[in-house]
Design a protein. Structure first.
Lengths: 1134, 415
């Protein structure tokens, strides 16, 4: 019973099994209400609460309504015990919709739990809160989901993704775009577990928003093998849809193999619109059933109902694929999809295998489809239930492309443990993949199956033999022989009751023979004769009726049959009265058919037999037979009447009409019933609809090829940018000037969100594609964003501080709650901007606000009115890695024009006393590359008008990290000595990396390469105070801290912001645990240097910062750390 | 996505219902289901996807328990079925088997498990290792404790570390004094021998089962001496695809404890280790049965647990069967079971007897299929050989063990 007792439990008597039930919840299930539950719920002991809740759960399990305990249960949601919590949640989810008002009472607790340090508690709270599904709390849930979408715990983020469909289910239009934004964030998560859940959310929330996939397509493909199996199933489908919508079908794939030949054909004919499918020569070595494939592929793209209903009245105006609607197998997106899905064919989860196979079926070039065959056949070895579903899909594949499965016919042989449905499917597949080479072994198997005790299965086997014979005309003779022999078996010739299954076998055998004969009646004349002669022994009415039908149908075939007709008819007339209903009707039909076709001497006999039969039938007990007799009595007279010349013209006309009618009814122009294939319905492989054979609600065919044009990818973002435009340009003068910098952006997110000016909106479109290509190289977009943001900073250095305030207010919760569809868009996109990088938040806009500190180089008082300021630039020198870039601003504060300003290296001036030997300076300085501090000579400023400011970029090689560099400034011919102080923060350049790389690198730099210091930080206080009037939310406090901290760092050193980890603090005012990571590498040596800042303390107080630097170059690292501490403690400038 | 899961006992009683989404499913669907199951019999019970008037149902039957999941919208049916199979696996692992009593006794655990395994109709955590950390399986200690103290919680207070790691199948950092890893090749032989005694199909379905107790985060590589014989493979999620693609090497970070590393198939084997030769001759309303069993190709190890089973055709009224070795039983559902165990050295086991046919039948026209069971310890009949198992960082005390076992899978002999 239990693993520990595996051996003993079985041998114990039933009485002792009761012992094992002790300690389980058995008594609770058996008698859930044998004690009063209400007082237990109010108990102060968790154990008693638990028991009460278990009793309630037991009643739920048994289907009783215990919602009357709801108010008492809700109270317990605040319990600290996780078990109580769990049980309460289970109860709550079951009844919340029923008791919405009471359910609202629990919301506060959920909100509190959402801030719990234990991720499990946060996740549960989120799951339950979202699961309650009350419209009133939807906005709160949305906020919670948004918050959890950037939770540090993967599990919580996963639950956030799962919560999105719950929100979506409430159908609140105003939240749609916000929900979609969060889906986008989560799809972009770096954890495969989250991506899987996000894919599921995407599929149910916004399956048509394929542009969301387009942004991350490559990354999603690459992450696919690591995604959880359930996520893989959904994600594969999404990627397939995206590729088709984006690029169309693959020219070489089976879906298009036919369309190509078709289109070339119709081009040749010009006017001929009809495809004439069957006549199109298909050069695929006969491997595909072309018509079938055509239909399948059309059904995949338009739903079958649509396709079939339309084709019923016109087959012509079908969906045509022209040259622009397909792509080739060399398309990169197609290639990567196939590459990344092919290992999934080895998955342990059969659903994953099937959906991967589906992608290959639709997209792979024809010659590569065969790789899906073995995996598909292998999953037949898993559970019986999945076997059935897989076979249903194989059936379609095999029918469309029999050559795929033809070599593997042995795998489809039937075992006795297969269920009846599975056997039927296997037979059908076998009969459609049989080839001339395999048919003999297949028939051997079939012969065994006919002897199976399950007679229905035997009958199905016989039907399959008939199908095989129709497919392979070579086999027709041996099939018919075998079937005939079967009909003569004595066990089949007994008199069965109508319900007997043996009868079914016999009927099926005759039916198969009939269908084979129909293929080519003249060559099977002998078979008909044999069947007719066995009429005496065959007793099953349906079988007899069919043989009799054949007599009538083929009455004029060959030589022998017409001669034996009289005997047969006499025999039929003789046994007419003892026949069953259907046989009687068929005898009447056959007699009239024979009569109609008869000529010459037999006519008289036939007529006699016929009238005898009609007479008998007219007295039959069954009214159907009597009616039939009366109808038929009229008909044959025409055949005879033509001999009577005495008939009047009126009568003649009437007879002619009758004759025509008779011919119509009994004439042998039975048309080929070929339309059966039209009734097939095909749905996408692996779909539920394909199993139940009707479109299940929510079934979507593949998107129309190329329905997602290139521009679609960025339309929504473009509009956002435009909408944002005025918003910014009103407050920010420098907004427009920052536009051009976007060219540097490597990711499309960045390009969209860093656009501030109206000039940027057009640009974003241009960038879209280059950036889409680029971001594939970078798996973690949110990180590269920040990296870019900091790269951008040199140009945006003058961005105004007002910007930050603008962002903050937009980000506030109010924008969620008081939704106005029109105006809310910028707000939403703003929001998404903040939490774009779900797990670890990233602060995208910091880059623009970075304002490198400016130092004074020359005071106007000392420099005769010339003021020189400089600031370190994040630009990287293109000349040498040893050079640091400095921006120098010259301003004329005097009232006279200052002429010929230039800056030179002190030492070089000593050697060359003149000012105008710039070139020489350059040379000498480059020669003394090794040890002399060098200044790449700056372009001379010829003249500076009063009040004018000019900017120059200097490239300097500092001699030492800390000691100032002596320079000489020449202006108006005078030489002024100045000192340039180095800033170690700019001796590095940003090193973009993701968090994994960061932690990995960090782990390589332990012990002596790691230095820590702590300091206090106060910048944020001013920031927070500034905003406090706006009723700023707690989460924005964190953000404000992060932002001010990041801003400070980036403004003082040339770093790359790797990640910002946000604590989910129990105390909402506590910023402890906030962690920022920066990375950089030393300019001269390219040694990486990692900086981690951990925050401790209350939001509104000065924060304690712990700065940790990991760097191989010890001295540099220490100096850098000291420098960081120095600038962090400096009070803020604004 | 799935809307509701029901667990039905073998008498059709709804033992448990778990609503998954806001679109609640009424229990009456189970009545509809059970009515049809009764009226249509086995055909209905073996139908995994059913379209009821209101819902689509997925059913998986395990040891008499029906797992029924409902949905109203399009979703991959295999996802539903595979999920139900996982639920059944996890439950039977937790409860040490599946039956009506054990589910009712532990309904709280079943609820808690279901709640962790599926969220809003989409599978959430199905990895058994993580589930075990979240919800403790019932065991004797906790039960005694709960009786004595009246208080026990099987719900873990913390989130298993593995949920966030890049190897979600592995519990975070287990520590073992003895590091052990056992690799078992467990193979099943599927064979079909037709009426003429010809071996129509003979193949091996094998699994590489690993039981690993290794500290830390071990990185293992397993290679085979002859990977080319493998016809097709399926892997546990821990196996990295690319090394297999390029060199047919299994490279993986194993879950802790027992798991199925891979399954494989080897096709077109030439012979079976034992032969079973049934002979049925019928005449005058009687049928003589004679079944011979013996070793065909000595696999080098003892073949044991040999059984031969066959279903008597419906037209048989009575049977009188005896054997010269082992025991013959005719079960209530007309299944005749002959258990031989080992083949004695001195004689060839044979089963013989007569069957009496229905009165109107003279001769037997349908023939039973004999299902054969056997087990061979120590041999992998496919011939697959493990070359070596390496650890990237070898712990100081490591024990590696290899075993092999072959048993009969779908081994059928037609008569």
């Amino acid at each position: 019973m239990f693993p520990q007792f595996g051996a003993t439990a079985e041998t114990l008597s039933k009485a002792s099994t009761m012992v094992f039930r002790i300690g389980t919840d058995a008594h609770l299930y058996d008698d859930p209400d044998d004690v009063s539950i209400a007082p237990l719920l109010d108990s102060k002991f968790d154990s008693e609460k638990c028991e009460a809740l278990k009793r309630l759960l037991a009643q739920i399990a048994q289907g009783f309504d215990v919602s009357n305990f709801f108010p008492q249960v809700v109270k317990n949601v605040a319990s600290q015990s996780l078990e109580v919590k769990k049980l309460v949640y289970l109860y709550l989810l079951h009844y919340a919709e029923k008791r919405p008002n009471e359910a609202l009472l629990s919301i506060n607790c959920f909100q509190k739990d959402l801030g719990d340090p234990n991720p499990l508690v946060r996740a549960w709270a989120l799951r339950t809160m979202a699961g309650i599904r009350l419209h009133v709390i939807a906005p709160l849930v949305l906020v919670a989901v948004g918050k959890c979408a950037r939770d540090p715990s993967v599990y919580v983020r996963k639950c956030a993704a799962n919560a999105l469909p719950k929100l979506h289910d409430l159908r609140q239009e105003e939240h749609t775009s916000a929900v979609e934004e969060i889906v986008g964030i989560l799809l972009n998560d770096h954890s495969p577990g989250v991506v899987g859940a996000a894919a599921a959310a995407f599929a149910s929330v916004c399956p048509y928003n394929l542009s969301l996939i387009g942004r991350n397509y490559r990354k999603l493909c690459e992450i696919l093998p690591d995604v959880e199996e359930w996520g893989q199933i959904v994600l594969i489908g999404i990627l397939l849809r995206y590729v088709i919508a984006r690029h169309g079908l693959v020219k070489e794939s089976i879906m298009l193999s036919l369309h190509c030949t078709e289109s070339s054909h119709s081009e040749k004919d010009g006017s001929d619109v009809d495809f004439r499918l069957l006549k199109v020569p298909i050069d695929m070595s006969g491997t595909c059933d072309s018509e079938f494939v055509n239909m399948v592929s059309k059904c995949y793209i338009e739903s079958p109902d649509e396709y079939l209903s339309r084709s019923s009245y016109t087959n012509r105006v079908s969906f045509e694929l022209n040259g622009t609607h397909f792509t080739s197998k060399t398309n990169d997106d197609v290639k990567i999809l196939l590459y990344c899905t092919s290992p999934l064919l080895w998955s342990n989860n059969s659903a994953v295998v099937l959906s991967a196979a589906g992608v290959h079926w639709v997209m792979a070039p024809k010659e590569d489809i065969k790789r899906i065959v073995k995996p598909l056949l292998f999953i037949l070895r898993s559970s019986n239930a999945s076997k059935y579903v897989v076979l249903c899909n194989i059936q379609v594949f095999a029918k469309a492309m029999p050559s795929l499965f033809a070599p593997y016919y042995e795998d489809l042989f039937i075992c006795s443990s297969d269920s009846y449905q599975i056997k039927g499917l296997k037979l059908e597949i076998l009969s459609s993949i049989a080839t001339d080479s395999s048919i003999s072994s297949i028939f051997k198997e079939f012969q065994d199956y006919i002897r199976d005790p399950d007679r229905r299965f035997a009958a199905d086997t016989i039907a399959a033999i008939g199908l095989c014979a129709q497919r392979l005309p070579n086999m027709a003779y041996s099939c018919v022989d075998g079937l005939l022999a079967l009909t003569k078996e004595d066990f089949l010739t007994k008199d069965f009751g109508s319900g007997d299954q043996e009868a079914g076998v016999l009927i099926q055998a005759i039916m198969s023979i009939k269908s084979i004969i129909k293929q080519d009646p003249p060559s099977h004349e002998k078979v008909i004769i044999q069947l007719v002669s066995s009429l005496d022994s065959i007793k099953v009415p349906a079988a007899r009726a069919m043989i009799i039908w054949m007599v009538g149908e083929y009455s004029s075939l060959g030589e022998i049959i017409p001669r034996m007709l009289t005997t047969v008819l006499k025999y039929l007339a003789w046994c007419f009265t003892s026949e069953a209903l259907e046989t009687k009707l068929q005898i009447l039909n056959t007699a009239s058919k024979v009569l109609l076709c008869a000529t010459g001497e037999d006519l008289w006999t036939f007529k006699k037999v016929f009238s005898y039969l009609v007479e008998l039938a007219e007295c039959d007990l069954n009214y159907d037979v009597r009616d039939r007799a009366r109808l038929l009595k009229k008909l044959p007279s025409c055949n005879l009447g033509s001999q009577g010349p005495e008939e009047g013209t009126n009568g003649l006309n009437e007879k002619n009409v009758l004759h025509v009618v008779a011919k119509c009814i009994f004439g042998r122009q039975t048309r080929e019933v070929k339309a059966e294939s039209n009734n097939y319905r095909f749905y996408l492989p692996g779909s539920l609809s394909q199993i139940v054979l009707h479109a299940a609600p929510g079934y979507e065919p593949l998107p129309k090829p190329c329905s997602l044009p290139l521009d679609d990818l960025n339309v929504p973002e473009g509009t956002h940018a435009v909408e944002k435009g005025p918003d910014y340009s009103g407050t920010d003068d420098h907004g427009t000037s920052s536009g051009p910098l976007d060219e540097e952006s490597a990711s499309d997110y960045d390009s969209q969100h860093s656009i501030t000016g109206s000039s940027g909106s057009g640009r974003s479109d241009d960038n879209e594609f280059t950036s889409e290509e680029n971001d594939n190289a970078d798996p973690l977009i949110q990180i590269s964003d920040v990296g870019n943001a900091s790269e951008n900073q040199n140009g945006v250095s003058q961005s105004s501080p007002a910007n930050l305030g603008e962002l903050m207010s937009n980000r506030a919760l109010e924008s969620w709650l008081e939704e106005q569809p029109g105006s809310s868009n910028p707000g939403i996109s703003e929001q998404s901007q903040v939490c774009k990088s779900s797990a670890r938040i990233s602060i995208r806009d910091v880059g623009r606000q970075v304002k490198p500190k400016s130092y004074s180089l020359l005071d106007p008082a000392n420099g005769n009115g010339l003021k020189v300021d400089y600031s370190f630039s994040s630009e990287i020198s293109s000349i040498s890695p040893l050079l640091v870039c400095i921006e120098v601003f010259f301003k004329n504060c005097s009232s006279e024009t200052i002429m010929e300003i230039t800056l030179v290296d002190e030492e070089s001036t000593r050697a060359l006393d003149s000012a105008d030997q710039a070139a020489a300076v350059n040379e000498s300085s480059m020669k003394s590359y090794d040890n002399v501090p060098t200044l790449v000579p700056m372009e001379e400023i010829p003249s500076l008008e009063p009040g004018q400011t000019t900017r120059r970029l200097l490239q300097v090689r500092f001699h030492h990290h800390l000691l100032p560099l002596k320079l000489a400034l020449f202006c108006n011919g005078k030489k002024l000595p100045i000192k340039l102080r180095p800033d170690i923060g700019y001796f590095v350049k940003p090193l973009p990396m993701d968090v994994e790389a960061f932690t990995d690198e960090e782990s390589h730099l332990p012990g002596m390469f790691e230095y820590t210091r702590s300091c206090t930080f106060t910048d944020h206080i001013g920031e927070l105070n500034k905003e406090s009037g706006d009723g700023l939310l707690i989460k924005d406090k964190f953000l404000a801290i992060c932002e001010s901290l990041a801003l400070k760092m980036l403004s003082n050193a040339n770093l790359c912001l790797v990640s910002v980890d946000m604590p989910i603090a129990a105390n909402l005012d506590d910023a402890s645990g906030l962690r920022l990571r920066f990375s950089c590498e030393i300019l001269s040596s390219l040694i990486p240097c990692l900086i981690t800042i951990t925050v401790q303390g209350k939001c509104c107080d000065p924060l304690n910062l712990f700065i940790k630097v990991n760097c191989e170059e010890t001295v540099f690292g220490l100096n850098l750390m000291n420098r960081i501490v120095n600038f962090l403690v400096e009070p803020a400038l604004f | 996505m799935l809307q509701c899961i029901f667990l039905l006992s073998d008498s059709g009683e709804v033992m448990l219902e778990k609503q998954l989404t806001g679109h609640r499913v009424d229990r009456s669907i189970c009545d509809w289901f059970w009515d049809h199951a009764i009226s249509q019999g086995d055909a209905f019970k073996s139908q995994p996807v059913i379209a009821s008037p209101t819902h689509y149902l997925f059913q998986v039957v395990r040891e008499g328990i029906t797992f029924l999941a409902c949905t109203q919208v399009e979703m991959p049916p295999l996802m539903g079925i595979e999920f139900l199979c996982r639920v059944a696996d996890v439950l039977s692992d937790y409860l040490g088997g599946l039956n009506e009593d054990v589910i009712k006794d532990n309904f709280v655990i079943v609820y808690e498990l279901l709640d962790e395994m599926i969220d809003n109709g989409f599978p959430l955590t199905t990895e058994p290792n993580i589930l075990r950390e979240m919800i403790a399986p019932p065991n004797i200690v906790s039960k005694v404790l709960s009786v004595v103290t009246g208080n026990s919680s099987n719900v873990s207070d913390t989130l298993p570390g593995a949920t966030g790691s890049c190897v979600p199948w592995r519990a975070a950092d287990p520590k073992y004094a003895n590091n052990e890893v056992y690799v078992d090749l467990v193979e099943e032989m599927d064979a079909v021998i037709n009426r003429d005694g010809v071996l129509v199909k003979c193949e091996i379905y094998g699994e590489v089962q690993v039981n690993s107790h290794l500290s830390g985060l071990p990185d293992l590589t397993l290679s085979f001496a002859n990977p080319s014989i493998l016809d097709d493979v399926r892997f546990h999620p821990c196996v990295r695809f690319r090394p297999w693609e390029s060199h047919q090497i299994l490279s993986f970070v194993p879950p802790d404890g027992e798991f199925k590393l891979m399954s494989y198939r080897v096709k077109k084997l030439k012979s079976t280790p034992i032969y079973v030769k049934p002979q049925l001759t019928s005449d005058a309303g009687k049928c003589r049965v004679n079944v011979l069993v013996g070793i065909r190709n000595d696999p080098g190890k003892t073949v044991d647990s040999i059984t031969v089973q066959f279903q008597l055709p419906p037209c048989i009224l009575s049977a009188d069967l005896t054997s010269n070795h082992g025991t013959v039983n005719i079960l209530s559902n007309k299944i005749c079971s002959w258990s031989i165990n080992r083949i004695p050295k001195d004689k060839a086991p044979s089963l013989s007897g007569t069957l009496v046919l229905e009165s109107e039948l003279d001769r037997l026209h349908v023939f039973p299929t004999f299902r054969v069971g056997f087990r061979i310890m120590g041999v992998a009949l496919s011939g697959l050989q493990i070359d070596k198992l390496d650890l990237r960082t070898v712990p100081n005390r490591l024990y590696k063990g290899f075993r092999a076992l072959t048993r009969a899978g779908e081994f059928e002999v037609r008569s």
